[in-house]
Design a protein around this ligand. Structure first.
Ligand code: PLP
Length: 386
């Protein structure tokens, strides 16, 4: 490795914001409408069209979109919602914000997505909804999950936080269940700084989510006969997206096809270069009808711990190669959940393996083929150096 190569900086993620985003933000800041205005409506319409959903409801984050989707689908106290044991804590927190109980189910060792057999085993008479999390961008087995949900009358709330652009059988991840939620956090597929989007084809769910997003006012700003006069219909929150975020989101959405294409090319190159390393499991970029949006290239080391993830992390860090971990704790074993549910030490074996031994490598559009080659070479060195 040359000195120059050894100093290469390859961040895990870097938001790509340019002149168009800066001009859009400036346009909003130069006007008087800073929230619930035309930029938000235009962003929602363009996003709904992009993913092929009837409705899109812009929110302050994916977490708030998930919460709104669950509440608007009728989930409440006494209900159980099946959540994969391997996900970001937001998925389970959203359930608890409704007063409902997350019931964890293990994930597939092939894909990291919710295992349909584990879903079936987790069902009880109190089950009300299921939340397939499209793990690192690869859609779950939505046909099997959908069949279980239909048989039991469950709402399907897709956590597509990191799956914008992923597809299942040609349909966009997030648009297959009752409702879906995306994240626009800076490391995601596109960004609005912070932000999220709920999508659904269900008119009543969309209407309920819109109201609850803004305090459950009976009349929105534009609908009031007299300014300042409204009534409150229900419990609600302030989960709105502001106009600067929406204007930036509109710009990012026009760039999204290019971002996704560059991600795919990078991911395929890196995936091919890493395939065949002894003991390394790579979650697939395609699986059955599912096609990943290539959020990252995820490498998982042997379950027996014979290869140390810490050592690989130190090796990559020393070479300036960024990485992340999705996710560092199997949720039932997080301090918060373990203290309440006391899971058996041997429970959720796949989620525990992933938490302990996975590493997410970068493939975002801020990087190119040379970067992929440098990452692959650094990983290969690690295995050669033993
Ligand atoms: C699977 C999953 N769901 C939800 C979230 C929360 O997204 P946000 O930060 O937009 O609330 C994340 C964040 O990374 C995530 O990975």
């Amino acid at each position: 490795m040359t000195d120059r190569e050894s100093k290469r900086e390859i961040p895990f993620a870097r938001p790509l914001l340019g002149d168009a985003e800066r001009a859009a933000a400036q346009r909003v800041l130069s006007g008087h409408v800073l929230t619930h205005g035309p930029e938000g409506r235009a962003f929602e319409a363009a996003f709904a069209e992009f993913v092929g959903a009837r409705h899109a409801v812009a929110t302050s984050s994916c977490t708030t979109a998930l919460h709104l989707a669950l509440v608007a689908a009728g989930v409440g106290p006494g209900d159980e919602v099946i959540v994969p044991a391997m996900t970001h804590v937001a998925t389970a927190h959203a359930v608890e914000h409704c007063g409902a109980t997350p019931v964890f189910a293990d994930v597939s060792a092939e894909t990291g997505g919710l295992d349909p057999a584990a879903l079936r085993a987790a069902l009880t008479p109190r089950s009300r909804a299921v939340m397939p999390v499209h793990y690192i961008g690869l859609p779950c087995a939505m046909d099997e999950i959908g069949a279980v949900a239909a048989a039991r009358g469950l709402a399907v709330i897709e956590d597509a936080a990191a799956a914008l652009g992923g597809r299942f059988g040609g349909r966009q991840a997030g648009t297959i269940g009752t409702a879906g939620a995306y994240s626009f956090y800076p490391t995601k597929l596109m960004t609005t700084l912070e932000g999220g989007m709920l999508v659904t084809d269900d008119d009543a769910l969309a209407e309920a989510a819109r109201k609850k997003r803004a305090f459950s006012y009976d009349k929105g700003l534009g609908e009031r006969a007299m300014p300042g006069l409204y009534d409150i219909e229900d419990l609600g929150w302030n989960y709105r997206m502001n106009e600067v975020q929406a204007a930036i989101g509109l710009c990012q959405l026009t760039r999204l096809p290019d971002f996704l294409a560059r991600r795919r090319a990078n991911a395929e190159r890196l995936h091919a270069a890493l395939a065949g390393l002894p003991g390394v499991t790579l979650f697939p970029l395609r699986h059955g009808a599912a096609e990943s949006c290539c959020f990252c290239v995820n490498l998982t080391l042997p379950r027996d711990g014979s290869v140390s993830r810490d050592a690989l992390m130190r090796h990559l860090q020393a070479r300036g190669i960024g990485f992340s971990v999705h996710y560092p704790v199997a949720l039932p074993f997080s301090r918060y959940h373990a203290a309440r549910n006391h899971p058996a030490a041997e429970a959720f074996p796949v989620a525990r393996w992933i938490a302990a031994q996975t590493l997410s490598l970068p493939c975002g559009p801020h990087l190119g083929a040379d970067d992929m080659d440098a990452i692959a070479a650094a990983v290969a060195d690690f295995f050669q150096e033993g």
